[in-house]
Design a protein around this ligand. Sequence first.
Ligand code: KG4
Length: 334
Amino acid sequence: MLTLGIESSCDDTAAAVVKDDFTLLSSFLSSQDQVHTRFGGVVPELASRSHLQAIVPAVNEALQQAKVKLSDIDLIAATQGPGLIGSLLVGFSYAKALSFVTGIPCIGVDHMAGHILSVFLEKKQPDFPFIALVVSGGTSSIYLAEGFNEFTLLGRTRDDAAGEAFDKVAKLLGYPYPGGPIVSQEAGKGNRNSIKFPRSWLEKDSLDFSFSGLKTSVLNHCNREKQKNRPLQLQDICASFQEAVCEVLVTKTLLAARLHNVKTVVMGGGVSSNPRLREVMQLQCSKEKRELFIPRPAHCTDNGAMIAIAGIQAHKKEADYSFNRDVYCRSLLA
Ligand code: KG4
């Protein structure tokens, strides 16, 4: 069975071909970073227009790299939500149109399911149940995954997502968009204990996150240093900020594992490509004798392959293939 996965929820146009359940034949991504970087963040209208230009070449490239024709495909899986509505509309409408003209069934995929299941693109795969931390530019969420289509949301961000916090802090430090990878790179050269930024734990045993206070605290620190005419120690700020984010993400994920008596932990989403987060999570999981599964960095960020594998699993249960389905901006995995 061959599945074509299409992802267009934010600022990456991605397509991939997956064979049977998890065998990746091709994965192609067209990034819009160049389009958005001069605005310091994603401009939704420009994102939709860029998807329009990129979607046909991206799908053709994925088919070509996989050495298959569209007529060989058995299932089309496309992100239906959540994300930017205009961006989602391009990918999902294109997928439905392909389905209409070819007769190949088209399934809508929740982007979060894609991130949770992206770990199955790797050789080393977890058994259910597991706790999944999904951290990206649009979300920071913890799920209990009990099967391929059985996800329970345990906690999520009440304000900024972790990636959003990285991007906003990068912007206020003067780095270009997307700032996450740059902050993490600079953090590697700084002292993570130099500035004590706050950790937001919220209520006792809360599995929700809040990162907006941390971002404000970085801003206040910069303003204080400027008032005292002291040069900003950018690498130390990056390292101390990153440490605060990592500590909260790891502590709450392991708290979820304890509260739900689950031994296995999984990570997904763009921020889970952060080397320090991977290191701290591995350290803590080893201490608690938990098994940790993290996809390689290219599978952490948005990609078409994770949409394909989530689509394949949804296809195995009762699914809706009708053409009147619409895109949505809030995840249905609640
Ligand atoms: O999952 P993803 O590709 O999609 C969106 O949410 O759009 O995640 C992108 C997010 C951005 O906020 C980016 O800055 C962040 O992930 N990110 C990182 C790193 N790599 C990407 N954040 C921290 N450290 C990284 N190494």
